[in-house]
Design a protein around this ligand. Structure first.
Ligand SMILES: C[S@@+](CC[C@H](N)C(=O)[O-])C[C@H]1O[C@@H](n2cnc3c(N)ncnc32)[C@H](O)[C@@H]1O
Length: 225
């Protein structure tokens, strides 16, 4: 993962995996030796993470909390050496500012917050590629997208521009340090090309600032001032 270069030097550091789900970040972090707090609202997702950690004998390194990220009152201020919120969790949360405020509160000063969010420019291009320019413009101007789950429940998603995520973070006293784009290869290319080669190219292109608009997700890292 790209996060590796940003991780705390101290291997005993405490990391919060906010909306950690099935442990996509927690597992490799626990493998390195960090002490991880995985917070998620979904019991099912956390059960999968627990099973993986038990089978890898890493369960001792992880504490599980079934909580909504908008209320992290179980943790004191300035508890964690790093807070990670990967998998575009934040854009799905109604009143995401409350969750962000809580993540910042529990993070120590001078420590890093890493958050991935949906990219509004990518969503606009995708929608206009379907030749529905009216819909694409509505989506771009509102910064909102909607999707249905299998139970046909409507979910809203906040779409961010690169400058918007930076401004939101600054308003929470998080100074931007790095923003990269997670570039997803188009399906026809995935079907034809070598996956390792695609991943290598996508990884190299992810830090080219001019290409941020092409990235499906924006990966923001900043420091708590
Ligand atoms: C797309 S998954 C990402 C999981 C993981 N971070 C990853 O990168 O694979 C989104 C996760 O966010 C959790 N989630 C959504 N809203 C939440 C909230 N308000 N509080 C805590 N967890 C939430 C979901 O239960 C789900 O596990």
């Amino acid at each position: 993962m790209n996060l590796r270069q940003l991780l705390p030097k101290n291997k005993k550091a405490k990391i919060l995996d906010a909306g950690g789900g099935t442990g996509y970040c927690t597992v490799p972090l626990a493998e390195i030796g960090y002490h991880v707090a995985l917070v998620d609202v979904s019991r099912q997702m956390m059960e999968i993470a627990k099973k993986k950690l038990v089978s890898m004998r890493l369960i001792e390194n992880v504490d599980f909390y079934r909580r909504d990220l908008r209320d992290l009152s179980i943790f004191e201020n300035n508890t964690f050496d790093m807070v990670i919120c990967q998998g575009s969790v934040l854009p799905c949360i109604q009143h995401f500012q409350r969750a962000l405020g809580e993540m910042v509160r529990v993070l120590k000063r001078d420590c890093l917050l890493n958050v991935s969010v949906h990219n509004r420019l990518f969503a606009f291009m995708n929608a206009s590629a379907d030749e529905d320019l009216k819909h694409a413009l509505k989506l771009y101007n509102s910064g909102r997208s909607y999707w249905f789950d299998f139970g046909a429940k409507i979910h809203a998603l906040h779409l961010f521009t690169p400058s918007e995520i930076e401004n939101v973070m600054m308003s929470f006293r998080i100074k931007p340090k790095k923003i990269i784009g997670k570039i997803i290869a188009p399906q026809p290319l995935i079907e034809k090309a070598d996956l390792h080669e695609i991943s290598r190219v996508a990884y190299n292109m992810s830090s080219v600032q001019e290409l941020l608009g092409y990235a499906k997700y924006l990966d923001f890292t900043g420091v708590k001032m």
